[in-house]
Ligand binder design. Structure first.
Ligand code: URA
Length: 283
């Protein structure tokens, strides 16, 4: 995490956040936020949400070819995830994530290592409680070594800013850590080779909420092939304990800007689940 901001930088970052918020809403065609009632979770007071069972030991989910969802959508994920074991303090978490990133750097488990410039592990704050999971690095990410730094990443940044959250105060990672050639979708064998890294990454990060960006993220996390259009906006649980909100991938939004409205509705549910106010809706 970064240190304290001086007042001028704070003002600058506030005005950037405001501008990003305005741009995002302009693109969504919304100024005030739509009164969404799609998810019963959003309407539930936190006390109504049942306690979560203890987590199953982390198993690496395998991307499957089956089309039936294995993980059922949940109406009421736990507001706070049960800890895996003893919760890590931020410094220890950062240290262990750095060790894992080093391990990933040397990975040759699938053929994607042959064409990568470098591995792309994560960016942001592993202790923020909010994690975005995408598909895999593209050309910009492969060149720079960080996820979501290209055009889709800039849109993701605007989405995060519109949530009233600083860009680097969320954790961002991908299903696969190496760029698939020509930015193609990762193959199931590449996903299953890489998933143990994400499983461990998420066990260290212990996010309160994961936002699954697009179909591949969903497939990696749940091992099921589902239409993102059908399942977005509906809570489900990862490993029985972490609330996951599936939504459209920002790259899809670049091609289909009309989908921003739905994504914004999904992100509002995330904010509510995190107990944060929705910017622009009044405190
Ligand atoms: N798309 C992704 O899914 N991940 C990235 O890191 C960049 C683009």
């Amino acid at each position: 995490m970064e240190g304290e901001l001086d007042p001028l930088s704070e003002l600058r970052s506030l005005s950037e956040a405001l501008r990003a918020h305005a741009e995002w809403h302009q693109a969504c065609g919304t100024h005030a936020l739509p009164a969404e009632t799609r998810s019963s979770l959003a309407e539930q007071p936190p006390e109504a949400i049942p306690p979560v069972p203890m987590p199953a030991p982390p198993a690496a989910p395998m991307p499957a070819v089956a089309s039936a969802p294995r993980a059922m959508p949940v109406e009421a994920p736990a507001r706070a995830a049960a800890p895996v074991a003893i919760p890590l303090d931020p410094a220890e978490r950062q240290h262990r994530l750095a060790l894992l990133a080093e391990q990933v750097k040397g990975c040759t488990k699938c053929s994607l290592h042959e064409s990568r410039t470098q591995t792309v592990f994560a960016r942001g704050n592993g202790s923020s409680g909010l994690c975005f999971v995408g598909e895999g690095p593209g050309a910009d990410e492969d060149a720079q070594g960080f996820p979501f730094v290209g055009a889709a990443g800039q849109l993701l940044d605007r989405m995060i800013a519109a949530m009233g959250i600083a860009r680097d105060d969320v954790y961002v990672c991908n299903i696969v850590k190496c760029r698939p050639p020509q930015n193609r979708t990762p193959e199931p064998d590449e996903m299953s080779a890489c998933m143990p890294y994400l499983t461990e990454q998420l066990a260290l990060v212990e996010p309160q909420v994961i936002v699954a960006l697009g179909k591949t993220a969903l497939q990696g996390l749940f091992g099921s092939v589902e239409s993102i259009t059908r399942v977005r906006g509906r809570w489900r649980l990862y490993q029985g304990r972490i609330a996951v909100m599936p939504t459209f991938h920002p790259a899809y939004l670049l091609r289909n800007p009309a989908g921003k409205r739905e994504v914004w509705a999904d992100l509002q549910l995330v904010l509510k689940h995190l107990g944060r106010s929705v910017p622009g809706k009044g405190a």
